[in-house]
Design a protein around this ligand. Structure first.
Ligand SMILES: CC(=O)SCCNC(=O)CCNC(=O)[C@H](O)C(C)(C)COP(=O)(O)OP(=O)(O)OC[C@H]1O[C@@H](n2cnc3c(N)ncnc32)[C@H](O)[C@@H]1OP(=O)(O)O
Length: 409
């Protein structure tokens, strides 16, 4: 079997995307969604694997900037739409696409590649580490309560048409990007993603509703949600499915959550993706009523290790020599001296004695400040060769704000 890898031609997109859907089970996407992905696909950064005339593999890469500790936006390839036909699996097609793609990303000069995984086990072998987590919750809003915060009277809530306030809501969202590692700067067009609301995916719930929070007539926060009314013998038991909540200040945030808790005829709020340090955890009267679960979010792969580690800042001063194992991208392998603090950093090749030994996967996991090197050492994935180096590096890498990816791609 000879499989040819080549850059996607725009005329091949329909077939290519169809094969991707087939690999995910063959369910057609709603037209609105398909069109959006079609317009967002960067053909020149996407590859197809071909067995003769048959497309048997797909892999794309969006152009993103990733927010990192210190607030910089680091250019990154957003790896996406990865699939191999069921007829061609476990013969190395994915491996060959990952090889080609990481070489491309290096050539494009992007220090990072990032992705979200269909299954977390797939990408570690290619040097990706789990760098962010996301929290889901199924909140009992009958027994759970939020008290009105001081200053709540200055915030006015009103229903608005989703489309009418889309630009103002996007502006509120964008203002938060630099302050939380893991969030993405994206090209124009992506603002349409959170507005997708295909009827086929509502499962008996309402079309997306939007409530905006205003201070002196200006939008400072919003929620978008679906309401799914249900009735049981004992009375109403509706569900609010929260899609988005954003606010520019803590009082507005609390007011919006309080609104969600208080919607008549509903007994729960379900939310799929919030940061693990969401203030909600501290706003409720009883944290157990949130029924929280945590799972993997954004995977990070350092493609240009030196440039990536220099692009972020460090919470406390650090001066350590890493010995890095990177079999898949050998240009990163070997010894690097990282020196840095909250103002900047340098990461250069060195022959000095090693302080910490680890693979590029651990550095990817720790990169956004959400996973501690000490915790990875606890799992045997980082080895300390100079006493004190682990504590020094671990506290330097950690971020005060948990890194988070608010949406898929
Ligand atoms: C960023 C994203 O787009 S995530 C979406 C990923 N796509 C999907 O989940 C769609 C359904 N699945 C598929 O299309 C395919 O099974 C893929 C893409 C996951 C794997 O493609 P393949 O061509 O079979 O992978 P390949 O043969 O290169 O396997 C490489 C290695 O990964 C392992 N591997 C592959 N898939 C998986 C998996 N789902 N879970 C665990 N290990 C896996 C293989 O066993 C192999 O291991 P080895 O190197 O120790 O032998």
């Amino acid at each position: 079997m000879t499989i040819e890898l080549r850059v996607l031609r725009p005329s091949e997109w329909d077939d290519w995307f169809g094969k991707l859907l087939l690999a995910f089970g063959g369910v057609e996407e709603p037209q609105e969604e398909r069109e959006l992905w079609g317009s967002l696909t960067e053909h020149e950064r996407s590859i197809g694997a071909w067995d003769g005339d048959d497309c048997v593999g797909t892999a794309g890469a969006f152009s993103f900037g990733v927010s990192v500790p210190g607030g910089a936006m680091v250019p990154a390839a957003g790896v996406t739409m990865v699939s191999v036909a069921a007829t061609h699996r476990r013969r190395g097609v994915l491996t060959s696409m990952m090889r080609r793609q990481l070489d491309d990303v290096r050539r494009w000069g992007e220090p990072l590649a990032v992705l979200t995984a269909s299954e977390p086990e797939i990408y570690g072998r290619f040097g990706y580490g789990i760098a962010t987590q996301q929290m889901s919750a199924q909140i009992d809003t009958v027994r759970g309560r939020i008290t009105a915060p001081q200053g709540a009277d200055a915030v006015r809530l009103r229903f608005a048409e989703v489309a009418d306030v889309a630009a103002e809501c996007e502006a509120v969202y964008v203002r938060g990007i630099g302050s939380r590692p893991g969030m993405l700067a994206r090209k124009p067009g992506w603002e349409r993603l959170p507005l997708l609301d295909p009827p086929a995916e509502r499962d008996g719930a309402s079309p997306m509703q939007c409530v905006v929070a205003e201070r002196e007539g200006e939008i400072v926060g919003f929620v978008r949600f679906h309401n799914k009314p249900e009735w049981e013998a004992g009375g109403p038991s509706g569900t609010i499915r929260l899609r988005h909540i954003e606010a520019l200040d803590p009082v507005t945030y609390a007011v919006l959550w309080r609104f969600l808790f208080d919607i008549d005829l509903t007994v729960r709020v379900v939310v799929r993706n919030r940061p693990v340090d969401d203030p909600l955890l501290h706003l409720v009267n009883d944290v157990r009523k949130l029924e929280v679960r945590v799972r993997d979010g954004l995977f990070v792969r350092l493609v240009d290790l030196g440039a990536a580690l220099e692009a972020r800042t460090y919470r406390t001063p650090v001066d350590v020599v890493f010995d890095v194992d990177d079999a898949f991208c050998p240009w990163n392998a070997g010894r690097w001296r990282l020196t840095g603090d909250s103002k900047g950093a340098s990461c250069k090749r060195t022959e000095d004695d090693v302080d910490l030994a680890l693979s590029v996967r651990e550095l990817g996991a720790a990169y956004l400040g959400g996973v501690s090197l000490a915790a990875l050492a606890g799992a045997g994935r980082v080895r300390e060769l100079r006493q004190g180096a682990l504590a020094e590096a671990s506290s330097a890498f950690i971020s005060d704000v948990a890194p988070w990816l608010p949406h898929g791609f």
